[in-house]
Structures are given as structure tokens and as C-alpha cells.
Design a binder for this molecule. Sequence first.
Ligand code: AHR
Length: 525
Amino acid sequence: MRSLLVGFTLIVMAITAPMMAAQKVELSIDASKTGAKIDRNIFGQFAEHLGHGVYEGIWVGPDSKIPNTHGIRNDVVGALKAIKVPNVRWPGGCFADEYHWRKSIGPQRSVTLNPNWGGVTEANTFGTHEFMDFLDQIGADAYVSVNVGSGTPQEAAEWLEYMTTDQLTALAKERAANGHPAPYKVALLGIGNESWDCGGNMSPDYYVSQMKIYSRFVRNFNPAQQYKQLMLKIAVGPGGDGPRWTDWTETVMKAYQQHTWSWDINGLSMHNYTVGHWPPSYTSVGFGETEYSQILKFTLEMDGLISKHSAIMDKYDPDKKVALFVDEWGAWYAPLSGSNPGFLVQQNSLRDAILASLNLNIFARHADRVRGANIAQMINVLQAMIITDKEKMVLTPTYYVFKMYVPFQDATFVPVTLDAGWYTHGDVALPRVDAIAAKDANGKLWLEITNLDPNQPVEIEASLGGGITAKSAAGETLTAPTVDSVNPFDAPNTVVPKAVSAKVQGGKLALKLEPKSVTVVAVEQ
Ligand code: AHR
């Protein structure tokens, strides 16, 4: 019996051994050929009044038993500080075009409705002051989307005056009476949201006429933002790649080319979710390699979409003054069973971590044009960083990718050349590995490599040139037992990064990547 077992084990090992044999991938980096700065704003977050994204995710109120500072939960703040969130887009989303800021300031808050998301009531207890306090606590900038769809230019202009003026106007006095005498900083202004759809079903021409009015009158008066740190105005841009979307980009950018002294835009938004097909039907848990490979194939379409709209922007703005802001991106799956479908609740798995790294790498490769991106959404909604359940909180696999990528914030892109080979499953063929490199402000070289293949490890041999002589490399790698591994409340450390290091062999950096993994290392010289 024993010898039978040994024989059987040997046969299994013989069959599986070739499957597990590491694939060799050669990669070269010339650190003298630097590219654009990877703007830290590509690591932006998005917090919409949707489901438990804001209420419970951020705001529990000062009387809550959940530890909080002025009503904002401390555990969430601590976690977000660690990923150095550059900016938070708020209050939507579709919600922004039905939001009236006056209802959520001062001692009396009116309860309103949230018809977009679950048809629930909106308590308005989290408004301008609470948002700004939250940003202060996590150390992020404000990206405020004003209501173009159902608001007026006057309402938006007054909101900005309320937030930013330091002169003793009636609105500034009201702000002081509500607890904040000093003006707030608003780094980014979204002129509407998806104005082609939930934001008002506008034609491109109609939107452009609105955009000019809002750009002209919705002013930032903060003295600190007049000459330096100017507020960037982001126009609504495309939501796909068909003629409807290319027409939209053409129309906005053509208007920009002809803009006069009296109005301007600094960015064009783009929304692109990894969904497969609408309505979302891929599940966020309990899937296998087929769904893993298909979703990654869909997500890589981000690159072509950016290239397409960048090419249109180049025609009207060859100097790339207008940034492309991918201010809604991420995986959008079927709602978790038992959840309110309007709350967009989904789990977050190792697949999402890999998806996040692939998208961040695409943004980095387009760093000359893509200077902002906001993953949807920060907490409890869609591809979240954090999931809460009352007093409990877990950090998702996507959170850890954002944490591992912190060194790439404002680092300088360094091109990587590699022959990635292919990972195939069924009729899906994907590059086996993806990689980016960048130099930080101290001249340190950072390397990110994603192994998409869920079955085979990869042996990287990296040749470094351009004045870099590597001694070793060390950092972190993120993987998990299966492609659908998640961090549930009762096992929150299922998908967490672990230490990894690389040696120099024959003048090359040798690094072994586990299957389905995201790895970031710093090169020691
Ligand atoms: O992120 C959820 C929704 O997706 C946003 O509110 C909207 O802008 C987009 O359609």
C-alpha cells in the first residue's frame, strides 16, 4: 500500500512539475532614459454618497461607540493615512448632480433623498465641513464635483465662495459661524459628472456651453491658490470608445483650443469600469481561472482607451496642458447576494489587486497625459480599499497594492523593456508579466512586476543600465492561495504583502515571482 502511495505521489509530481516550472523573463531598465513624472494624483480616491461609502464607511457621528474624531472613524483614517491618499473626489458621481450643498451645513440639516442609489434618505450630516475635516485628518486634497445637472452656476459659485474666500463676505461669515474661519483649499474642481448620462443627458455642444459658464464663474478665492497651487478645473469627458465618446472628446477639446482669457479647463475626465458587459454579471467571489483571465483581459482595454482619447487631445492640445483624469475606474461586479443592489456592494479579491496594478501601470506609462485617476470607490462600494461592518474593518487586497505603490507617487517614470511571453487560458491570451520602473526624489530606483499567470512562477533577470549598479533589491510581494482569495472579517490577513528580496547574479538582478502576484522592490546600489 505504502509503495503504491509513493508511486502515485511520484506520478503526480511528474505531471505537475512542468506546470510549476518557472518561466524566465528578461527585463532591461536604462535609468538614464527617464520619462514623465508619475503624478501622485493617479492614486486618488472617490467617495460618493452611495450605500455605506460615506455613512458608516467614514462618518459614524461623534456619539458613536466606534472610536472617532469629530464623527469620523479613527480606524479608517489610520488606514488611509498609510496609503498617502493624494485627493478624494466627492460628493459623487451621479449623486453630485443632485446635491445641494446648503442642505448639509450648519446646525440644522435637512433630510433629503438619494434617488440614484437605493432610493434611501440622505441625512446630510456629512457635508462640506465634515468632508474637509476628514481630508485634514487623512492629509488629502479636495476634489469637489459641482452640480451642473440640476444646480445653477450661482449655487456652485456660492459654494466655492463659501469654501475659499478669506474676505468678510456674508458667506465667509457663515462659514466662520459654522466653525471654520480660515478658507478651505479646493485643489480640484469637477464641472459636473457624466453629463452625457446621469448628469443631465446633455449633448456635447450643450455641455460645452455649460462648462464655459461654470469655468468662468465658479471661482476659487483662497489667497494661497491664486498664483501657486491653482485649482484645476476638470471637464466631463468620455465614458467609452465608440463614436459617441470620441465626438465628446473632440467637442470639448476643440472648444478648449479656442478658449479665451475668460475661461479655461485643466483636465478632461474619463470613466472606464472593468465590467465585461452591462449590467454587471461577473461575481466578486467564488470564481475560477476563466473569470480571472477574462476580467484581466477586459481591464487591459484601459490602455487602448487612453491612447484613443489622448490622440484626440493631442490634436487640440499638443503641449499636453490638459490632463486626462481617469476619475472613475475599477472593477464593477454583480452586487453581493443579500445586499441592496443600489449600494454596489462587492468583495475584493486577489484578482482585484492584480487588476489595480495593471491599471496603475497603464496610467504610469501614459504619465505625460494621465495626471489624475480616482479608483471607484474608497470604502464599501465597488473596488474598495476598505470594507467595514459596523465596528469591524478590513483592508482589501486592492488597499495593499495602493500601499505598495506609495514610492511611485511623484516618482519619475523609467522605461522597462521586456519580452513578457504569454499566459493563455481558453481563448484568452495575456502578457505573462507586466512591469514599470521609476526613480523617486532621492534617486532610488523602484521596480514593480506583476505576474498575471496564476499557475506558473516567473524568474526575472533584470539588466540595469544608465548609471545604476545594483547590489540587491528588497520589497514586498502580494499573492494568495487562489485567484478569488479575499480578506474576510474572520481572516483579514489572507491576502497581505510579505517580504521579498532579489540577488545580483552575473551582473543581473534575479527575482522569483510567485504565480498571480504583485511585487514592488527598491533597488539598492
Ligand atoms: O461609481 C458609481 C457610479 O458610476 C457613479 O456615480 C457614476 O458617475 C458612474 O456611472
